[in-house]
Ligand binder design. Structure first.
Ligand code: SF4
Length: 288
């Protein structure tokens, strides 16, 4: 039977697969069973899942494996970075599992990797989707303080305030996530901040608009809105599937409210067409 997805079997997909095996990293495209993965990989856009594959938290919508975290491969950072730098990619997107077991929540690893990539490819861009780094300002400061290392700092609010305790691991909170985004802009004004809302958990439209307002209050500049698809029976069920017209409405409202960059749609995930933000990054580079 023909797959309904673009299966990742082309040359570039093979390259991404090779890298993930060689350095024991995975892509969030695989871990989260993203429906766009074949298409993205062929365009050499893959979101690498760092510090994984095991996450120390258990959000109820998430398919990333939970369990005892793996050893961090500090020794191969240089090799991994140079392999990444050799890929025909200008805009790198990374995400991470939450590492509550590490005192710095993984910041040293992230920074070391990004330094090496930027050293080899100074004209590249880096977007990283982070955990809340334990809610520790010092960790965020260490990640962001260096000018031009991280271009886009993403931290996902995921859902509306009312549903956060039901959907997310108890160690996350709606307010803490807003604080992460607020702090990021305080630390470095020229970093673009980004967040994502997943729909389909039983939220009301008004609550989604309120979440947009809350994100704008902490100066979050980019937003993605996507549909939740239950990845397995262990995950929370889908309460509603939104129509394309409803996603169009959310995108229109978010732009009118003041986000600089918005992508909304059924298959949209945090890194969806992320590279389109380059123009905005360049225009902010002269600040601070
Ligand atoms: S923190 Fe939650 S959403 Fe993020 S990888 Fe872990 S379980 Fe998934």
């Amino acid at each position: 039977m023909k797959s309904k997805f673009f299966f990742p079997d082309g040359q570039n997909s093979a390259l991404v697969r090779k890298l993930t095996k060689q350095y024991s990293v995975s892509t969030v495209c695989q871990e989260a069973r993203c429906p766009n993965r074949g298409l993205c990989w062929e365009n050499l856009s893959a979101t690498f899942l760092l510090l994984g594959p095991y996450c120390t938290r258990s959000c109820r919508f998430c398919y990333v494996k939970k369990g005892k975290p793996s050893e961090v491969d500090y020794l191969n950072i240089d090799k991994f970075a140079s392999s990444l730098a050799n890929l025909n990619i200008k805009y790198y997107t990374f995400t991470m599992v939450t590492r509550d077991d590490l005192p710095d929540h993984g910041v040293y690893y992230l920074k070391s990797l990004f330094y090496k990539i930027k050293e080899a490819k100074p004209d590249s861009y880096i977007e990283v989707l982070i955990s809340d780094l334990g809610g520790d300002y010092k960790n965020l400061y260490n990640l962001l303080k260096d000018k031009d290392l991280v271009d886009v700092l993403a931290h996902n609010i995921e859902t509306v305030k009312r549903l956060t305790p039901l959907i997310r691991d108890k160690r996350f909170s709606y307010e803490k996530s807003l604080q992460v985004l607020y702090n990021a802009k305080q630390i470095r004004n020229n970093v673009i901040t980004k967040s994502s809302i997943i729909l389909g958990f039983g939220e009301e439209k008004e609550e989604v608009f309120e979440t947009m307002d809350d994100l704008l209050k902490v100066n979050c500049q980019a937003l993605t809105i996507g549909q939740y698809f239950r990845p397995s029976l262990k995950n929370i069920e889908v309460k509603k599937v939104y129509s394309d017209q409803e996603f169009e409405l959310f995108e229109k409202v978010a732009l009118e409210k003041g986000f600089l960059f918005v992508k909304a749609g059924k298959n949209v995930r945090t890194s969806y067409k992320a590279y389109e933000i380059i123009k905005i990054i360049d225009s902010l580079k002269n600040l601070k």
